[in-house]
Design a protein around this ligand. Structure first.
Ligand code: GTP
Ligand code: MG
Length: 612
């Protein structure tokens, strides 16, 4: 017989929201007000965003644990990312939580990722506290936003109980919260109080043998591999001898060298930890996310974490360009494969497999942006490799092809509606709803194949002069909607190796947009620009002016070139076509044809077929 009781000393909450609605800033304020940082102690902004890429981009990429103590109760907090491509992180975080704090921006209202994270929290049975955040915004419309949250809950089939959600208004960044709009918040007390009262304490059985679900893995140079998760039952002490039950169901012995729990943003050593708390075990090998760690005597596994299927794939391969090995530390295919396998271990939403063609490794994930972050992480570690254009993952049933489809929300000025609608319908998007706010801005809702969105964001920003907002969520698989051209322009391809010359680039400018600068090294098959026309054009970017006398040489350099946009990974991935690759090294991002030899490109019918 199970004797479930509750551990009143603990609360476990996940902070969830659409991207930028203020999760990480709220955690800062919770730290400040619960005494994690001493008064006067210097505290960075958005403390939990500690990865380099997170700080640079101003977004959260990985879900992370921390804790605060409020009136004697330990509140374990999991700060989650709001970007749709990191949805797997939210699903993982929810497996450690008993409740969720849903933030909704008081001006923007619920957006696609609000829907995604809320639906995940509801289906995991979490109690939800709704916080209408950023009520200090000039354009805040908190009352309407509350109604929109209510409508969203109804749409998600919330139960009566869930519809009766605790509601707070907040300025998370300033650390203010209140129960009503009329009251002026003075601190976060109402939020902490709501967490203690409305979020149920973890249900546990202290008498049962130790059982913990691994929700996260990490690595420390000093402690080795770390397994992080919630203790469901029992207690753990350092040097306990435990076992790990993986997918196979066969228990494998473990040696735990150390146990830690969270205190503020850091981990601290603990002699023991009790059920309901979130624990970090160190010194273990061969553990996967979703495994159960328990005692030898009781090897009953807990329910594994399930995350949504990947929808996008990309091929990684060895860098075969003539410049290979010049800039990176790791160039071998085996090294790349090992590193990607390690990523699969740490990241629940990524799957790595050998591609059919053997030369490349197929990486499947949630979206283009997740891939960009992965590629950027690898190049910073010193890897050099090539990647293909992201492709969506099709499914086949009864001889029919199905593709991932997204619900896309466009918010832009009315005058751009024409161009946006035209471009999206070309990409097989269907307009399903349109709301005119009467403020000059309109909100359009489309159902569109995911492949139609690959490469579209950049174009959208240009078309709306940078003022449009684009958000989407994955709505499911639907029957294939038919082909459309991926890109309406061709590439300007270098026909030889050398260094680009200003004179040659100047003469190429009328042909299209260039990607290289004078003196940039180029090689045969490297893409140096976008051709104005549909076909590819082989060009010589190294051509110098015929020298008639010495003085003329200096003059060549005097041509004035149109400035070029630096090539970013995002742009590169969006630009390339099926027969093209992005060459990534720690220092450079170059675009190239898969087949570098111009002769072979022209001759091979297979190549031409794929390219068209
Ligand atoms: N006006 C206002 N702005 C805020 C508030 N809280 C956060 N912001 C701003 O909103 C932006 C995003 O804040 P973050 O805390 O990084 O948001 P987030 O939800 O953690 O974002 P992701 O983790 O990337 O999804 C930052 O520029 C903050 O300064 C608030 O209460 N009021
Ligand atoms: Mg954040």
């Amino acid at each position: 017989m199970q004797k479930k009781t509750v551990n009143e000393r603990i609360r476990n909450i996940a902070i969830i929201a659409h991207v930028d609605h203020g999760k990480t800033s709220l955690v800062d304020s919770m730290f400040r007000q619960s005494g994690v940082f001493r008064i006067g102690q210097e505290m960075a902004e958005r403390v939990m965003d500690r990865m380099d890429l997170e700080r640079e981009r101003g977004i959260t990429i990985a879900a992370k644990n921390c804790s605060v103590i409020w009136k004697g109760t330990k509140i374990n907090i999991i700060d989650t990312p709001g970007h749709a491509d990191f949805g797997g992180e939210v699903e993982r975080a929810i497996s450690m939580a008993d409740g969720a704090v849903l933030l909704v921006d008081a001006a923007e209202g619920p957006l696609p990722q609000t829907r995604f994270v809320l639906s995940k929290a509801l289906s995991a049975g979490l109690s939800v506290i709704v916080v209408i955040n950023k009520i200090d915004r000039q354009d805040a419309r908190p009352k309407t936003v509350v109604n929109e949250v209510f409508d969203l809950l109804i749409d998600l089939d919330a139960t009566e109980e869930q519809l009766d959600f605790p509601l707070l208004y907040a300025v998370g960044r300033e650390g203010l919260a209140s129960r009503t709009l009329e009251e002026k918040g003075t601190d976060l007390e109402p939020l902490f109080q709501a967490i203690l009262e409305e979020i149920p304490p973890p249900k546990v059985d202290l008498e049962k043998p130790f059982q913990m679900l691994v929700s996260d893995l990490s690595y420390s140079d000093y402690l080795g591999r770390l397994a992080i998760g919630k203790i469901y039952n029992g207690m753990a002490k350092a040097n306990d001898s435990l076992v790990c039950v993986g997918i196979s169901g066969i228990p494998k012995p473990l040696r735990v060298s150390r146990i830690q729990t969270y205190q503020g943003p850091a981990m601290v050593d603990a002699y023991s930890a009790e059920a309901g708390d979130i624990l970090v075990l160190s010194g273990i090998e061969d553990v996967h996310i979703g495994d159960t760690i328990c005692t030898r005597e009781n090897t009953e596994p807990l329910k594994r974490i399930t995350v949504d299927e990947p929808t996008v794939s990309i091929r990684f391969s060895r860098n075969t360009s003539p410049f290979s090995g010049k800039e990176g530390k790791y160039v071998q295919a085996t090294k790349l494969h090992e590193r990607l396998l390690k990523e699969q271990l740490l990241n629940v939403s990524i799957k790595v497999s050998q591609d059919q063609d053997k030369d490349s490794i197929l990486v499947q994930g949630r979206g283009e942006f997740q891939m960009v972050i992965l590629i950027e992480t690898l190049r910073r570690e010193g890897y050099e490799f090539c990647v293909s254009r992201p492709a969506v993952i099709f499914k086949y049933r009864e001889g029919k092809r199905f593709e991932p489809v997204e619900r896309l929300f466009v918010d832009c000025e009315g005058l751009y509606m024409g161009i946006v609608t035209e471009k999206l319908s070309r990409r097989k998007g269907r307009l399903v709803n349109m709301i005119n706010h009467g403020t000059g801005r309109i909100r359009l809702e489309f159902s569109i194949p995911s492949r139609g969105l690959i490469g579209y964001r950049d174009e959208f920003m240009t078309d709306t002069k940078g003022t449009g907002l684009l958000n989407s969520y994955f709505s499911g698989y639907e029957e294939y909607r038919g082909d459309f051209p991926e890109r309406f322009t061709g590439s300007l391809v270098a026909d030889r190796e050398g260094n680009a010359v200003a004179y040659a680039l100047f003469n190429l400018e009328p042909r299209g947009n260039l990607f290289v600068l004078p003196k940039d090294p180029v090689y045969e098959g490297m893409i140096v620009g976008e051709h104005n026309r549909e076909n590819d054009l082989n060009v010589n970017p190294c051509k110098t002016k015929k020298l008639s006398n010495m003085r003329a040489a200096g003059k060549d350099e005097a041509v004035i070139l149109t400035p070029i946009l630096p090539m970013t990974l995002e742009r590169a991935l969006q630009f390339i076509r099926e027969d093209e690759l992005v060459e990534v090294t720690p220092q450079s991002i170059r675009l190239r044809k898969r087949e570098l030899d111009a002769q072979k490109r022209n001759l091979s019918p297979q190549y031409r077929k794929e390219a068209s």
